[in-house]
Design a protein around this ligand. Structure first.
Ligand code: DAH
Length: 340
């Protein structure tokens, strides 16, 4: 009877080995037949009960079944391992002769590059760099800049109004107010940052753009100081001497207020398409700080004076790099951005 069981074990286990599709399945079949609690172990427990002659006969058969199964198991296992390896090798090859992909390190946005350059310049001239909040109060954005509720200048700014007297700042000038109130006089500060206007977007208008505000408050500050700092700034940005001129301009927070023009860098003043044949390019508004503005921020206008300017960072970046569509600056298109 044990003969039959052993022959059946040999047959069924060899069949299981040959049907195994993976190392796991092979191992499972081995344990079932040859494991410590496997079929073979159970059969061999019964060998002790047999007569001495039968014991020898069955014992031999048992050993031969065991050997056969172990041999077949080992052989199949090696085949599996080899197949596994060659399979992996055929899947995971690399062509070491291919050129490398190339590493593209991140870069700063062209506006950020320009901003950092100007920050560095003004730091070296003793100016503090302040960053005001983008969500401002109406008071900082308008009232404290001498723009009362009824003033027509409020209409000039297309404002994104928020609830309870807040708004998205329409210019960086409110940081002047924060600077004066926080630091007092004398004061040298610049304030770069994002500003927002509720405008129809086209090639030259964005709802979001960048300005850089500058302010100096001291004793005896004059238009000559203003011109000196502006010439220094612009020569440094354009990396050559620039000629500037002031035209009167109106902003409620400066008196007198100016539009500063530079002699056209393309045609040197001869007249070209960029300067619309005038020889001059309008670049930045500026002026001497209005006494009301100083007073509202706790600075005595009889003792102190100041100048202020508002540089259009976005516009300057466009001029410097010859970008003709403002929308590209915020589109996040790597093909555009990688050029800078
Ligand atoms: N804040 C003004 C604007 O965005 C620009 C400006 C004009 C800033 C004159 C100044 C200044 O500091 O003196 O339209």
């Amino acid at each position: 009877m044990l003969d039959a069981q052993l022959e059946e074990l040999r047959r069924s286990t060899l069949a299981a080995f040959s049907a195994a599709y993976s190392l796991d399945e092979l191992e499972e079949a081995r344990i079932e037949a040859l494991g410590r609690k496997g079929t073979l172990a159970q059969i061999s427990k019964q060998v002790g009960k047999l007569s001495p002659e039968e014991r020898i006969r069955i014992g031999k058969l048992l050993n031969s079944v065991k050997e056969d199964l172990e041999t077949e198991y080992e052989a199949k296992k090696v085949r599996f391992e080899e197949a596994n390896l060659s399979d992996r090798l055929s899947r995971e090859w690399i062509d070491v002769t291919l050129p490398a992909n190339g590493i593209r390190p991140g870069k700063l946005h062209p506006i950020t590059q320009l901003q950092e350059e100007i920050e560095e310049l003004f730091s070296s001239l003793g100016f503090a760099i302040l960053y005001g909040p983008e969500v401002e109060t109406e008071e900082h954005n308008f009232d404290a800049l001498n723009i009362p509720p009824t003033h027509p200048a409020r209409d000039m700014q297309d404002t994104f109004w928020l609830s309870d007297g807040h708004l998205l700042r329409t210019h960086t000038s409110p940081v002047q107010v924060r600077g004066m109130r926080q630091l007092g006089a004398p004061l040298r500060m610049i304030a770069p940052g994002r500003v927002f206007r509720n405008e129809e977007v086209d090639a030259s208008h964005e709802h979001t753009f960048y300005q850089l505000e500058g302010m100096m408050v001291d004793r005896d500050v004059s238009v000559a100081n203003l011109i000196y700092f502006m010439k220094t700034l612009l020569s440094s940005i354009f990396k050559r001497d620039v000629t500037v001129r002031l035209r009167p301009g109106y902003f409620p927070f400066v008196e007198p207020g100016f539009e500063l023009d530079i002699r056209c860098l393309i045609c040197d003043g001869a007249g070209c398409a960029v300067c619309k044949q005038s020889g001059w390019v309008e670049l930045l508004p500026c002026g001497l700080v209005h006494p009301n503005v100083l007073r509202m921020s706790g600075i005595d206008p009889d003792e102190w004076g100041g100048f202020a300017f508002g540089l259009g960072l976005t516009r300057l970046a466009m001029m410097r790099y010859g970008i003709d569509d403002i929308r590209q600056l915020q589109a996040g298109d790597l093909r555009f951005l990688c050029q800078f």
